[in-house]
Every structure is written in C-alpha cells, then in structure tokens.
Write a protein that binds this ligand. Structure first.
Ligand code: NAP
Length: 268
C-alpha cells in the first residue's frame, strides 16, 4: 500500500487567537497533517499543545511544539534547521504572529513594523529553501493593510511597480519618519500594507511556478488583539486560512498571489 503523504504545516504565534484557531481547525479535520505549533513563550506554547492534544486524541494529524520568537534571527534559523532535520522540508508556512501598537511612541511603531512585516519577510526567505516544490505560504494580513486604508504618501509609494525587496526594506527601516510626514496612517496599517506589497510584487514572483502564496484578511475577530466587539469568532477567523491549506496542492491562478477574505479575492 502507498504511504500516505502527510503534509507539514508550521504556524507562528499559535499559542492563542487566530493561530491557535487554525491549528485547532486542522486537528479537528479529516486530512492528516504534521502540525508544528510555535510560540515565543515556551510555557504558553506547550500548554496550548497539551490542551489541543487532550481535546483531539483521535485526530489524524500529529501536533508538535517548537519555540519561535519571530523577531530573533537565531530563533528562526534554529527552527528552520530543526524542521529540515525532522521533516526534510516544509509544505505550508503560516505567518500569523502579529501585534498592534501598544502606544504612539516611535519605539512601539518600530516594533509593529518589525513584527508584522520585516520579520515575516525574513522568516519567509529563510524557509523558502526548504519549502516543498508545491508548497504554500499564507501571510495573515489585515484589511487595514489595503491600499485604501493608507495615507496618500504611503499609497503613492506602494503603487509603484518598480519597488524591489531592498526598496521595501528601506521603507520599513524609515517608517517612523514616514508617519511623521503623513500622519493619516498608523504603523499597524502600514505594516500590513508593506506585507501585502511584499506578497503581490515580490514573493509571488520569487516562488517556483508550482508554489503559491496568499495574503489573508481573517475578518475582525474576537481575540486579545481584536477585542470582545469583533464580528467573528476565532473559528470563523481561521476558516479562510484552513480553506487555503486544504485546497489541492495544484496551482490555483485565481487565488495565488492575491489578497483573500472569506475565501474570495478582494482589492489590495
Ligand atoms: P492575538 O490573539 O493577540 O495573538 C497574536 C499571537 O502572535 C500570539 O500568539 C502572540 O504571542 C504572537 N506574537 C506576537 N509577537 C510575537 C513575537 N515577537 N514572536 C512570536 N509570536 C508573537 O492576535 P490575533 O487576533 O490572533 O492575530 C493574529 C494575526 O491576525 C495577526 O497577524 C493580526 O495582525 C491578524 N489580524 C487580526 C485581526 C483581529 O480582528 N483579531 C484582524 C485582522 C488581522 P504572545 O501570546 O506571546 O503574545
């Protein structure tokens, strides 16, 4: 009998919120995966894993834990090396970890840009060499990253067709100065706008012809970040990411390289 091909999936920032919801939905589903739940805090991450393992003892999927602080390059390298040793390759990378600004200081804005954009791009680049030939990359973005949610200065920059990865990095590095020129957007909106531009203009072109990437708006979800007034449950917020994960591993030109909400392509 043929060995069943189990796809490996890594989710960042999955000890709570939407990341946890994605792992839970996968575990409760019928498709067998090897799932790697990561978190920056080991205690919180291991607790999430043991809670999920007790809740789904009969899941066809396996669940393991590994620590990842997304803003620490050494932590990313250690995890990528472990994934390669353990699974040989990675089939699906879900960059979910993210933060909102804690206050209006420059320091807070820099951390938002780093966590939500620069580190996501870094993790993506570090995993590309071990992404399987038909692998998928899911970037959890936000509607707040849509071009229409940005101020005129950033929108004009992001509408340029000649922006390179180096150019995007420079914008991220100088983001705090940009907000001072045009205060009509925030570090959170800007971080997700940079992420969208990265998916649309750089990553989607850099991937092998059979690999795919997506930017996803999960909706306004009731999590610690979204607050209790959010429109959607965590399970609903996890729906589109899990839908994209479960789609056949064949090139889907309608969705590849696009901005997706409620399983449908939306305007960047
Ligand atoms: P959440 O409940 O606050 O969870 C965020 C997760 O990211 C937590 O596990 C957190 O870990 C982790 N994280 C933050 N900084 C990290 C770092 N430096 N290294 C590793 N992990 C880190 O937020 P959420 O609502 O689930 O958000 C998940 C994603 O959805 C984010 O990218 C967010 O921008 C996006 N999103 C959310 C909404 C919404 O309405 N909730 C809407 C649009 C987009 P700790 O527990 O250790 O802090």
């Amino acid at each position: 009998m043929d060995k069943v091909l189990r796809r490996s999936i890594l989710v960042t920032g999955a000890n709570k919120g939407i990341g946890y919801g994605i792992v839970e939905k996968l575990l409760s589903g019928v498709t067998p995966y090897d799932i790697i739940l990561t978190s920056r805090d080991v205690t919180r991450g291991e607790k999430a894993v043991s809670t999920l393992q007790s809740k789904y003892p009969k899941s066809p999927s396996s669940l393991v834990y590994y620590q990842l602080e997304v803003n620490d390059e050494k932590s990313i390298d250690t995890l990528a090396a472990w994934v390669q040793r353990t699974f040989g390759k990675l089939d699906i990378l879900v960059n979910n970890a993210g933060i909102a600004a804690s206050d209006s200081t420059d320091e807070s804005a820099r951390l938002v840009i780093k966590t939500n954009f620069s580190s996501v791009a870094k993790i993506t680049e570090k995993f590309l060499p071990i992404l399987s030939d038909d692998g998928k990359i899911l970037q959890i973005s936000s509607q707040m990253g849509a071009l229409s949610a940005q101020g005129p200065t950033l929108r004009k920059i992001l509408e340029r067709n000649d922006l390179t990865q180096e150019g995007l990095k420079k914008i991220a590095d100088n983001f705090v100065e940009l907000i001072k020129i045009d205060s009509s957007f925030t570090s959170y909106c800007g971080s997700k706008a940079l992420l969208n531009k990265y998916v649309r203009s750089i990553l989607s072109k850099e991937l092998k012809p059979t690999q795919q990437c997506y930017s996803i708006h999960p909706g306004w979800v009731r999590t610690d970040m979204g607050g209790s007034g959010g429109q959607y449950s965590i399970d609903e917020g996890a729906d589109t990411p899990v839908y994209l994960i479960n789609l056949p591993f064949e090139k889907n030109d309608e969705l590849n390289g696009k901005f997706i909400f409620k399983r449908k392509v939306v305007q960047w």
